[in-house]
Design a protein around this ligand. Structure first.
Ligand code: HEM
Length: 241
């Protein structure tokens, strides 16, 4: 399968009406990113994994028994991912880009270092996922695409290709945002059988839900990213006829 990259034009009216929606969307993304870092990432740095495992915090029960290398990778992953999740929205803030381009460049570097550390460490911990092969391949593919799209965004800006840089950064942050969408999908999938009047038991429902999120957390995000890229008239993926 080959691919062509070509720009897609948008009408000025679409751009105008998109202004308010973009601001609302950006604020939503920022607030949800802050909330996930506060409630999912920060607790890992508040006590040892063994203590967190006793209190059944997040995936601590799984990783408290893991090899020290995997435990170290878990911490590196959470720290790198949290930095990327928080720095990302700043990079999409048009006013900041225009007024303080140097700050944009520096936070961009910090963002990409976060992606690099978080991505490599994510690949180290993926084989330990309680979701088994689905976790390995789902999170593994996410990690590989996270690193590749970050690299493409960096290469594009180094050669001065701003539209491609913006498009790759939108794809890259859509993948970073998987940390949020995963945690939005989980309660929905967990409670869906109850809403449908099906028999329900917590452990089984959680295992079912967790088997879906290694892919569901990021595949729809990439579709939304491509839609945003086209709406902004940036270089979009096109499959040949
Ligand atoms: C986008 C690429 C990412 C990949 C490939 C990835 C991969 C993983 C993997 C494999 C795990 C272990 C899951 C398991 O054992 O089932 C994990 C856990 C975790 N990740 Fe990520 N992750 C990504 C992004 C992020 C980001 C941006 C954050 C920022 C907060 C983050 C925070 C966490 C946390 C806090 C955990 C521990 C699990 C929990 O308690 O919910 N990840 N990640």
């Amino acid at each position: 399968m080959t691919r062509l990259i070509e720009p897609v034009r948008t009408a000025p009216a679409v751009a105008r009406s998109g202004g308010v929606r973009s601001r609302v969307g950006w604020t939503f993304v920022l607030l949800t990113a802050v909330a996930i870092v506060a409630f999912s990432a920060v607790p890992y740095f508040s006590a040892s994994l063994a203590e967190l495992a006793e209190r059944e915090v997040g995936l601590a029960p799984t990783y408290a028994q893991a090899h020290p290398l995997v435990q170290g990778a878990l911490y590196a992953h959470i720290a790198g991912g949290a930095v990327a999740l928080l720095a990302g929205p700043l990079q999409f803030w048009r006013g900041l880009r225009a007024r303080l381009p140097r700050l944009h460049r520096w936070t961009g570097r910090v963002y990409l270092v976060g992606v690099g550390i978080g991505g490599v460490a994510g690949l180290v911990i993926a084989p330990s996922s309680p979701a088994g092969y689905v976790g390995l391949f789902g999170f593994g593919a996410l990690g590989v695409l996270w690193l590749i799209t970050g690299w493409r965004a960096y290469r594009a800006i180094r050669r001065g290709d701003v539209p491609s840089h913006r498009a790759w950064m939108i794809r890259n942050y859509a993948l970073t945002y998987a940390a949020v969408t995963l945690r939005l999908w989980l309660p929905v999938l967990l409670l869906a059988p109850l809403a449908l009047g099906l028999p329900w038991e917590f452990d089984a429902a959680f295992a079912d839900a967790y088997a879906a999120v290694p892919f569901l957390s990021w595949l729809p995000n990439l579709v939304v990213a491509e839609w945003l890229i086209r709406r902004r008239g940036l270089p979009s993926y096109r499959l040949p006829a």
